[in-house]
Write a protein that binds this ligand. Structure first.
Ligand code: ARG
Length: 457
């Protein structure tokens, strides 16, 4: 394809280090779409004859059908997907195939293919996130009133509702979804026509190719265009943040499924057994989602480091942009699917969660708040009195609301029988009805808003 000025072919090692076809064949659909838009424009502009443009377009369609059926052949001598398609086109229609690359370089070609691919990956992630968010809404509604311990420092803090806890993840995934959509907004300009780095002298119509490929218009600076991989970096950033959220959810599933917690039974379909311990049901899918997050973040780091030292415009280092993006996208697709199944099909052990909330003095804040409200005691003093009550309960091995009234009165005689209304975990969550709080009514309101936002209710 470029042998004119060379005396001999590349060494075996050159062929191997140079070949991107093993991975960039994933771009074949976008490569052929880009070439069809390009040749239609060349024909319309009279840069190639209408007859040649038609022959080329038919050849490209034949190749697409072949690849669809049999996959893309991997010949290292052909380097990459662009050369692979062109070589096959030459076999099919002869030397006229050589007119396709008029007013184009692989540099603007690969930038176009890749941004099209990343745009699709964003749309995939947005759709998968929507599915996960719908699953969260359904389970949150079901468990709007299910009480569990809320934690800080992984120590029992205050009772919360399981619905509220699940809706916390809904918020994270809402932000993730908007990050992918927002990144996609900046993928609206088409690289094709920037050529190698400086543009071209042929009378091309960049608006035409941009529109044909679903872009708003052409990019504005050819040097920037062929050396820009911000779109891939933005995708990897959005994927990394999303993976962090998936990993935290996965970590909680692992923790909750453990015997000491016993908060959840994971679906059999997303668990595995042990070859030696017959009683085991392991949360492998959740663990792998947690693991994959590390790999996705590694992919983002990899491309940032590839890009950070490159002078303008294209350098071959940039061929290394694709493996981390493809890897991260594949891992993210899988992780989203696994967590959607886990949320939809897990069995939450609500009696166990409630017992844990009742066991950990989780309503101590409610006692302090009651002393402030009912007895007019300053909060700091109320905090101290409550501390003494917790100490006593701990010594006696009782829950706070099981302490006899006279013993509470002995700590502070402003306490009366009405305090027991405030000390149940249900009273505690119901009281936290400030906007965005854990009260069941608040959770139901947020679920309704979430449905509206997703256009599903
Ligand atoms: N396979 C190359 C890549 O992915 C295509 C661009 C090659 N351009 C070049 N000037 N050698 O980056």
């Amino acid at each position: 394809m470029w042998g004119g000025r060379f005396a001999g072919g590349p060494s075996a090692i050159m062929r191997e280090i140079n070949a991107s076809i093993p991975f960039d064949k994933a771009l074949w659909r976008h490569d052929i779409a880009g070439s069809r838009a390009h040749v239609a424009m060349l024909g319309a502009q009279g840069i190639v004859s209408g007859e040649d443009a038609r022959a080329i377009d038919e050849g490209l369609q034949t190749i697409a059908a072949e690849y669809e059926r049999n996959g893309v052949p991997e010949d290292w001598d052909l380097e990459d997907i662009h050369m692979t398609v062109e070589a096959r086109l030459t076999e099919l229609i002869g030397p006229v195939a050589g007119r396709l690359h008029t007013a184009r370089s692989r540099n603007d070609q690969v930038a176009t293919d890749f941004v099209l691919w990343v745009r699709d990956a964003c749309i995939r992630a947005e759709n998968a996130l929507k599915g996960l968010m719908q699953a969260l809404l359904a389970r949150a509604e079901e468990h709007a009133g299910s009480v569990m311990p809320g934690f800080t420092h992984l120590q029992t803090a205050q009772p919360v509702t399981l619905g509220h806890h699940l809706m916390a993840y809904f918020e994270m995934f809402t932000r993730d979804r908007s990050r992918f959509a927002d990144a996609r907004d900046r993928m609206a300009l088409c690289p094709l026509g920037s050529a190698a780095l400086a543009g071209t002298g042929f009378p091309i119509d960049r608006q035409a190719t941009a529109s044909a490929l679903g872009f708003d218009g052409p990019t504005r600076n050819s040097l920037d265009t062929v050396s820009d991989r911000d779109f891939a970096l933005e995708f990897l950033h959005a994927a990394s943040t999303c993976a962090i959220h998936l990993s935290r959810l996965a970590e909680e599933m692992v923790l909750w499924a453990s015997q000491p917690f016993g908060f959840v039974r994971l679906p059999d379909t997303l668990s595995t057994g042990s070859s030696i311990m017959p009683q085991k049901k392991n949360p492998d899918a959740a663990e792998l989602v947690r693991g994959h997050a590390g790999r996705i973040i590694g992919c983002a780091t990899s491309l940032m480091i590839t890009m950070k030292g490159l002078p303008l415009a294209y350098s071959k280092d940039m061929q290394d942009d694709k493996p981390p993006v493809f890897e991260a996208a594949g891992l993210l697709d899988l992780s989203l699917a696994a967590m959607t199944g886990m949320i939809a099909d897990s069995t939450f052990q609500t009696p166990r969660m409630r017992a844990a909330a009742e066991a950990g003095f989780a309503t101590a804040t409610d006692l302090a708040d009651w002393l402030v409200r009912e007895a007019g005691i300053p909060f700091r003093e109320a905090h101290h009195i409550t501390g003494a009550a917790v100490k006593l309960a701990e010594e006696r091995g009782l829950a706070l609301d099981a302490l006899p009234l006279d013993e509470l009165k002995a700590i502070d005689d402003r306490i009366n029988a009405r305090v027991f209304d405030a000390l149940s975990v249900d009273a505690s969550v119901a009281a936290r009805s400030s906007y965005g709080g854990t009260a069941p009514d608040q959770v139901r309101a947020r679920v309704a808003e979430g449905r509206k936002m997703l256009g599903t209710g």
